[in-house]
Design a protein around this ligand. Sequence first.
Ligand SMILES: NC(=O)c1ccc[n+]([C@@H]2O[C@H](COP(=O)([O-])OP(=O)(O)OC[C@H]3O[C@@H](n4cnc5c(N)ncnc54)[C@H](O)[C@@H]3O)[C@@H](O)[C@H]2O)c1
Length: 486
Amino acid sequence: MSKGLVRSGPDLFSFKSAKHRAEKFLMPQKDFKKNILCIGAGYVGGPTMTIIANKCSDYKITVVDISKERIAAWNSNELPIFEPGLKDRLLKVRGKNLFFSNDIDTSIDQADIIFVCVNTPIKKFGEGAGKAVDLQFIEQTARRIKENSKSNKIIVEKSTLPVRAAATLENILHSGNEKVRFEILSNPEFMAEGTAVRDMEFPDRVLIGSKDTPAGLAARQELVDLYLHWVPKENLITTNLWSSELSKLVSNGFLAQRISSINSIATLCEVTEADVTEVSKAVGKDSRIGPKFLNAGPGFGGSCFRKDILNLVYLCEHYQLNEVASFWEQVVSLNDYQMEHYVRRILQAMFNTLAGKKLAVFGFAFKPNTGDTRDSPAIYICKRLLEEKAYLRITDPQALKNARNDLQDLENLEFVEDPYKAAEGVHGIALITDWAEYSKLDFQEIFDKMEKPAFIFDGRNQLNRLALFDIGFNVYSVGKAPLTHF
Ligand SMILES: NC(=O)c1ccc[n+]([C@@H]2O[C@H](COP(=O)([O-])OP(=O)(O)OC[C@H]3O[C@@H](n4cnc5c(N)ncnc54)[C@H](O)[C@@H]3O)[C@@H](O)[C@H]2O)c1
């Protein structure tokens, strides 16, 4: 009998302690100054809240999402996104003051400040399709906040929204709910994927837009206090709500416009034997212009640039500012042209036919140091190469899972982790993403195992073109005359 008890003892004990450990992991262990909630556990929500949790141990941060899979991934060892330095930061605070949860409704009720980080894609249907922002996720979030709030809250727009979206949010939140007051702030995110951790830890600026009312200014001060935990005061910019909302669209517009500007010049360089790298260096040395975002390439990508510019275009059209709208629309048209131009150059170089030829695609993410492929130029370029009946071997250090998804249902392609294997027996290499590891590859070894004549299309001007030419490659760099052995 006593033996039996002894036997059952440890089981019971270990069950209790496991439960206790689980609860300890899920529940906050101390009193926190404020409860922050983030709705949307994506590329912005996850990293932003990780950094805030690291910098503000006196705040409890909860991140929720409608995707149970995403929340489970944030609670696991396999984070849903790859971002250098993120996992280290996350492991320091997860279960201490950072929590990922599926319980959206309770978390809303308990929150003092709610960051809205849901996606705001381009509308694919109805009025404004292809340009306007699809605000359905924002509206669903606002309704859910309204339904589950028993106390006043500050709502922070972190998602990128059209200018004056805060007015819509406010209408939804306050309709039929007289007792609870919501103060809306705009706090757009300026981080770039691939450098998100650094961008958030050392931001150029943090922008906070608010109403110029006592309640608006008080809410603004709460957010200022949060950021002052690590952001120098001089890097905090406060504006009215509409300036803040618009500044995010304009920032992305200006960045993308620089890329389209240099890409347009790259095409001119290719036919005039000017060299776009030299031109961009000469131009960027002008302190009024500056050197950044002047690298020619196969076109910009990522989830934001195209959508934010098209949103700007849509807004201008809405206000009947047609000349302004067409100015910004041209930035996107030029980008479409640039991707197509990259494909045509491959086609022309390879004797005007790709049928039956094999091509290795180096890089599929829209930029290095991320696995994100949303709106990556690689998607368009690969689809076009497949249309031309090329056979593709795609390689990327982080983005193959997403690449498989983007190109599902398509044939004549394979996904290969090792770039050497990807290039074996191919007629040409198309380098689309400038992962640092590609510069370190042994291109002599690669060349030796390729079909001849061997071509390389360096879409990022990343590689040493003279060395490649000496090896025997026919080298096509963006914005430079080709180096060929014909
Ligand atoms: N990714 C970037 O580099 C970046 C940079 C700056 C700003 N932004 C902006 O930030 C916002 C979010 O972008 P992202 O890249 O993180 O998007 P994302 O798609 O990676 O993440 C959004 C998340 O929101 C969740 N979601 C949608 N509706 C929801 C709801 N009603 N309730 C709870 N969760 C919901 C989705 O399931 C998803 O996990 C967008 O407006 C984007 O334009 C993105």
